[in-house]
Design a protein around this ligand. Sequence first.
Ligand SMILES: [Zn+2]
Length: 263
Amino acid sequence: MAKHPIRKFQRLTTGDDAFRAKFRSWDMTELSYVDIREYLKDKDTVLVPMASTEQHGPHLPLYTDTITAIEVAQRVSEAIGVFHTPPIWTGYSPQHMHLPGEGRGTITIKASTLNALMYDVARSLIHHGFNRIIFINGHGSNTKVVDPVLRKLRYETGALIGFVRPYMERYVGVLEGLMENPPEETPGWHSSELETSQDMAYDPDLVRMERAYPEMAHIPSFLPKSFQKKMMECQMWNSKVTNTSPSQWIIMNLWNQELLEIQ
Ligand SMILES: [Zn+2]
């Protein structure tokens, strides 16, 4: 992981300085079981960031979706004083494999593997006393395959199981009106304005804007025009987004705000 600038995240809770002072990190893997026990005396929430490792065009890193999940988890942890785990760094991305030998770098796992992985992670956490497991998901396609494991965990254990859906073109949520590029450039799709902004906010050195170029997804000629996807495929349409773009931090902050509302 590249080094990213150290930032101070916003705190939303007050009166909990003594509790916060007990922990040197909100990443539970940086602590010992003494800290875990201490935490569980007061709280039982844990965030589990999860996303993918998949190609994001020539200008963004494979880790783009996971960066989003990590960043949101870290911010929420600091905002309300809760633990998070390290990220589940791979997910369900068969559509990003492309042809054999093309070297895209995507590492995908089967839906059943992802379900099993999430299940085992959550059951371990529940075993120790965590009772509210919030998966902070940063990859759209994971949402299509996780319903069985979320229900299974809930029905088997009674724990509160949360799953955060990332905002995108068709699920704009709090991002409404924030993206600056025109709708025909589909700024909320894969590798476009939204994801490029988020990567830049995380670490500008990870983004290679000089490699970005416009490309629309296209359909085989034998299919009718109505099958045309109204989306970008893997490339940034224009370079209006910069690391000083006002939208980039707002997008991340709004994400967090909405997550907090469900806590
Ligand atoms: Zn992505």
